[in-house]
Design a protein around this ligand. Structure first.
Ligand code: ZN
Length: 85
């Protein structure tokens, strides 16, 4: 799944992890964070808003990773931040 954060409306969606647990992700003002998570330590929630492309939001217990990637500026489209998980 991939979103273009620069064009994504505010939204909340749920990821079902491979172990059956759920992670709820919120996109607001083109930023993203883990809202809630059914995991043992909730470190992913405590990470807060993703501000750095080099620092993905990781939920280790559920094996969920949210990566913020910046498009190659040499491509036809302007660069933008996107997320994948
Ligand atoms: Zn977690």
């Amino acid at each position: 799944m991939q979103y273009d954060l620069s064009q994504t409306e505010d939204m909340i969606f749920t990821i079902t992890a491979s172990n059956g647990s759920h992670n709820t992700v919120e996109i607001k003002d083109h930023n993203i964070h883990m809202l809630t998570a059914e995991c043992s330590n909730n470190l992913c929630v405590k990470q807060g808003w993703a501000i750095d492309t080099a620092l993905p939001i990781v939920c280790l217990p559920n094996n969920v990773v949210i990566v913020i990637s910046r498009n190659d500026i040499t491509k036809e489209n302007n660069d933008y931040d996107a997320i994948t998980y």
